[in-house]
Design a protein around this ligand. Structure first.
Ligand SMILES: Cc1ncc(COP(=O)(O)O)c(C=O)c1O
Length: 411
């Protein structure tokens, strides 16, 4: 029986480093005691460094969607005009949460596969203002996991600030933050949400939010109902080194360990590693003849979506990949059955991408598709090495090894 999780290449949960797995087995501590307070004293500043912010960090026991819900209910009141910039299924979900709680949501939909444009965001705000509905908040997705597109949040946030200086800039950074450059304070973001099972190399269970002083002030005015997700309760508990409700203690241990690993590797190295894995995945899939969904200019370095080719039955092909130990993700929302997705975030190296491509290549050849054996690996290795160095590809370059490869196990 093969280990079906041997090559877990979905866009979260990601595989875990051994030290993070081990931390999940540690004995419990009192979450109101000194050990947990010491952990909070390490984790919150480490997250501030990762988010590049001096804003308060809040840890909440929930999946990423819980973090998005917290971002909505803490800062808005029913009837508040909101602009939701949506470039895919997760942008749609963010808009839906705000609508569900009674916000007056205007969506700015962008063709799936493309990033949002600052001019279009500014125009949408101007239109809302002309209607007397100046947005209280603008909701945006940093890295749209359903399409494999990374939005240029720096310029989008600048467009919001110039068109509606009072609007809160609220960003779903669940599947990108920690893997690609991100600058909460430099970009002037008010609320930033991420989730433990993505770039952080931690199991699901925690959502982490950065909250600006402007956002805390907005919470005092907001009237949407909230209790579990009341961020003020989380902030107050955090000042005492705890959480208001019982947290997923094991996941907190694991986050503490993972943040230590990330700082040891260094964020610039992490970004280079993800750039290499993203470029390698795109080059390898293209060499196999797959058409990619994302606009190359905004292609994500954490997840790639590729069209299922005509004549290939995705369900049975995917079952075959799983039998060979490769777990990929299918399409979401309106892309269900149309694309498949490869996750390349968190605990991932170029070798993992090459291993996944090898399985894909072999399975395609066995399915009778025209495949030039070895071609995708060569293309991926070359593109990955080049991306890691930030240069144009050159066929003579060796592949860059990663420190993460040393002594790892996948069982
Ligand atoms: C961009 C984005 N937003 C929101 C979510 C939802 O997170 P969760 O599944 O943890 O609720 C995800 C998860 O894939 C995501 O990638």
């Amino acid at each position: 029986m093969p280990n079906l999780q041997a090559h877990l290449r979905v866009p979260g949960p990601t595989p875990l480093p051994d030290a993070v797995r081990a931390a999940g087995a540690w004995q419990m501590v009192n979450h109101r005691g000194p050990e947990f307070a010491a952990l909070m004293g390490r984790v919150l500043p480490a997250l501030q460094r990762a988010f590049r912010t001096s804003n308060d960090l809040v840890l909440v026991g929930a999946s990423g969607t819980g973090g998005l819900e917290a971002a909505v209910v803490n800062h808005l009141s029913p009837g508040d005009p909101v602009l939701a910039v949506t470039i895919g299924a997760f942008g749609d979900r963010f808009a839906k949460i705000a609508r569900q709680y009674g916000a007056d949501v205007t969506t700015l939909p962008v063709d799936w596969g493309r990033a949002a444009e600052p001019g279009a965001v500014a125009e949408a705000i101007v239109r809302m203002r002309a209607e007397g509905r100046s947005p209280v908040a603008v909701l945006m997705t940093h890295n749209e996991t359903s399409t494999g597109v990374t939005n240029p949040i720096a310029v989008l946030a600048a467009a919001v600030r110039s068109a509606a200086p009072d609007a809160l800039v609220v960003v779903d950074a669940i599947s990108g933050l920690g893997a690609v450059p991100f600058d909460t304070d430099g970009w002037g973001l008010d609320v930033v949400v991420t989730g433990s099972q993505k770039s952080w190399m931690v199991p699901p269970g925690l959502t982490m939010l950065a909250v600006s002083p402007r956002a805390w002030a907005a919470q005092e005015r907001a009237t949407m109902p909230r209790f579990y997700f009341d961020l003020r309760a989380h902030r107050d508990a955090a000042t005492k080194g705890s959480t208001p409700w019982t947290p997923p203690v094991s996941v907190c241990f694991q986050l503490d360990v993972a943040l230590g690993l990330m700082e040891a590797e260094g964020y610039d190295s992490i970004f280079a590693r993800h750039a290499a894995c993203g470029a390698a995945t795109r080059a390898g899939l293209a060499a196999l003849g797959f058409r990619l969904l994302a606009d190359p200019e905004h292609a994500s370095n954490t997840v790639t979506a590729a069209y299922v080719p005509e004549g290939l039955d995705w369900k049975s092909f995917n079952a075959e990949l799983r039998r060979r130990g490769l777990a990929l993700a299918g399409g979401q929302g309106r892309l269900t059955g149309i694309v498949f997705r490869v996750g390349h975030l968190g605990y991932v190296t170029l070798d993992d991408i090459l291993a996944a491509l090898d399985i894909l290549e072999e399975a395609l050849a066995d399915a009778g598709r025209p495949v030039d054996r070895g071609s995708s690996l060569a293309a991926a290795a070359r593109a990955g090495s080049e991306a890691a160095r930030g240069r144009v590809p050159d066929a003579t370059d060796p592949v860059v090894p990663s420190p993460l490869d040393a002594g790892r196990t996948r069982a």
